[in-house]
Structures are given as C-alpha cells and as structure tokens.
Design a protein around this ligand. Structure first.
Ligand code: FAD
Length: 282
C-alpha cells in the first residue's frame, strides 16, 4: 500500500488527481478501524495531517469557514460559543481520544447516517466546500449525502471546509444511545431557532438512509411560534412539531433499535430540544 504525504493543500489536490483511488486519512478514527478489520484494502492512503490549511478556521462576513481537519476537541474548545449545536454534538462523539483525532471532515467523508456532526450542519444550513485541481464548489449539506455512506464527493475531490452561520439564538442537539458515551446514535436530532430571521432548521440522524432535514416541521414551527413573545411554547405546537419530525424520518429496525422506537424517540427529542432552544433564545 502506498502512503502519500502531501504537506500543502495544493500538493494534496494534485495527489488526489493523480491517484483518485487513494483513500484520504485525517484523524483515522474511521479509516484505521476499516483497515484493522480488513474491510478495506486501498492501494494508497493520502495522509492529510500535514496540511495545515485544513486545520484552520476563520470568519468571512456573516459566515464561519471551518477547515475539514479541525478535530472535535477544538470545535468544542474554540468554537463552542459560536457553533453551540455542533459543539454539543461534538461532545457526544466517542471518547476524549476520539474527539482529539476525529474531524468533521472525516465524519462527512464517511457519510454515515449516524454521524453526529451531520444533524447540526443540516439544522444550520451549512455548506460543504469541495475542492479538486479542477476548482472549488460549495454544496448545501442537504444535497451532500446521496445514500448510506455515499456522498457527492467525486474521486478526485477532497473536502476542504464547511461554512456555517454562527448561532444567534437557540441551537440544540440531543442523541439517544444504548449508553451515555462511546455509542453510535440510535437516533439524534438537532434544532436551530433564529429569532432575528424567524427561521427554524432541523437535522435528523440515524433514522433514514442519510441524515435528513424535516422541512414540513420547520415550516410549521416557523409559522406557529410567537416570535415576538417570550412566553412558553404551547404544548399543542410542541406536540405537532414532534409528530412532523418523526414523520420526516424513514427509520429501519436494526440491532440498535426498532423503527417504531426511533420515530417515537425523535418526537420526544424534537419536543425537548424545542423547549430548550426556545428558552435559550429568549
Ligand atoms: C471508538 C470510536 C467511537 C466513535 N464514536 C463516534 C460517535 O460517537 N459519533 C460519530 O459520529 N462517530 C464516531 N466514531 C467515528 C469517527 O470517529 C467519526 O466519523 C470521525 O468524525 C471521523 O473523523 P476522522 O478525521 O477520524 O476520519 P478518517 O477516519 O480519517 O476518515 C473518515 C472518512 O473520511 C474520508 N476523509 C477524511 N478527511 C477527508 C477530506 N478532507 N476529504 C475527503 N475525504 C476525507 C476518509 O477517506 C474516510 O473515508 C467513532 C469511532 C471510533 C473508533
């Protein structure tokens, strides 16, 4: 197996163009598991850990650009105030060791329906920046996933960064697992409430072939919330929001839970996160 070690972004893109079969490796917390269990034997690995540009983040006007190689630990420590929903999700990933190595770029690269970074990216309407020697394109995250563990990433492309609006008001994330840590989500849910724009964003994890939004639930809630009032969310609004979120999922029965349980749990998570996010945004 060849081991390619570019030290700049330009070298990395050139290497991917010359060796489209090479598997990129960032934190390695998914790739190394696959190699160790012999699930994958690629002809080459493309090590991205020396590419400093992937580990940088910064602002551009209203938006934050976060390099694909920024690990969860830094998302929590450096971006927790600006991207609280993503930081909440990051805190639930694996263990301190996994959060130290694992990256959002790697989560996107694996494109698992259960990836914990995906629901907050969906709720915030993030865009994923993809690059190749052919150029750069930005893909809305709800168009990024094409199937279980599949995405629009072309063989010669790398994930450069994601773009996200810093939270102005209420962001929440909640995950159900069979235990509190080191667990793949049975289902997860992220919510973004933006009082200034009066918009609602949602993201559902582990309850459909890809991570998905719940557009009907978003539209219902945006029209039903009394944005001018600091009062509590009416129980009927919360219940209908929960019902619409559950209806947006397409879960399966598997070893981690049944489809019926996932739908029920999602409606509960949606109601809970709505209450927390609304109170947090007042
Ligand atoms: C013990 C353990 C616990 C875990 N717990 C969780 C959890 O709670 N929640 C969760 O969501 N995940 C969990 N994971 C999975 C994993 O940690 C995450 O998916 C993580 O985000 C992967 O990031 P990475 O940088 O390690 O990716 P890598 O393993 O380096 O790469 C993952 C995939 O992305 C591709 N890739 C990486 N970077 C790029 C790039 N810049 N451009 C294009 N492709 C790229 C790789 O080729 C590969 O296909 C766990 C893993 C382990 C081993």
């Amino acid at each position: 197996m060849d081991f390619l070690r570019p030290s700049t972004w330009e070298e990395a893109l050139a290497a991917k163009a010359a060796h489209p079969e090479a598997v990129p490796i960032a934190g390695g917390t998914d790739v190394m598991v696959e190699l160790n269990f012999d699930r994958r034997r690629p002809p080459a690995l493309l090590d991205l850990t020396r590419v400093a540009a992937l580990t940088e983040w910064g602002g551009d006007g209203d938006l934050l650009r976060v390099g694909a190689g920024v690990p969860y630990r830094r998302i929590i420590e450096e971006l927790g105030g600006r991207l609280p929903g993503l930081a909440m999700a990051a805190r639930t990933v694996g263990s301190p060791q996994i959060r130290n190595r694992g990256t959002v770029g790697g989560n996107l690269g694996s494109a698992s329906p259960a990836g914990d970074a995906h629901p907050p990216l969906l709720a915030a309407g993030a865009e994923i920046e993809l690059a190749s020697v052919r150029g750069v394109r930005r893909v809305p995250v709800d168009e990024f996933f094409t199937g279980p563990k599949r995405s629009v990433l072309a063989p010669d492309e790398l994930i450069a960064a994601f773009w996200m609006r810093p939270a102005r008001t209420g962001d929440q994330f909640a995950k159900i697992g069979t235990r509190n840590a080191m667990v793949i989500a049975v289902c997860s849910f992220a919510l973004t409430l933006d009082r200034e724009r009066r918009t609602v964003g949602t993201g559902i994890g582990s309850a459909a072939p890809t991570p998905v939004r719940a557009p009907a639930a978003e539209a219902f809630l945006a029209a039903s919330l009394d944005w001018d009032s600091p009062g509590a969310v009416p129980p009927a609004v919360a219940a209908e929001f929960g019902r619409l979120v559950a209806a947006a999922a397409a879960p399966i029965d598997d070893v981690r839970g049944t489809a019926a349980y996932r739908r029920h749990a999602l409606s509960v998570l949606a109601r809970r996160t709505l209450t927390w996010a609304w109170e947090g945004s007042r």
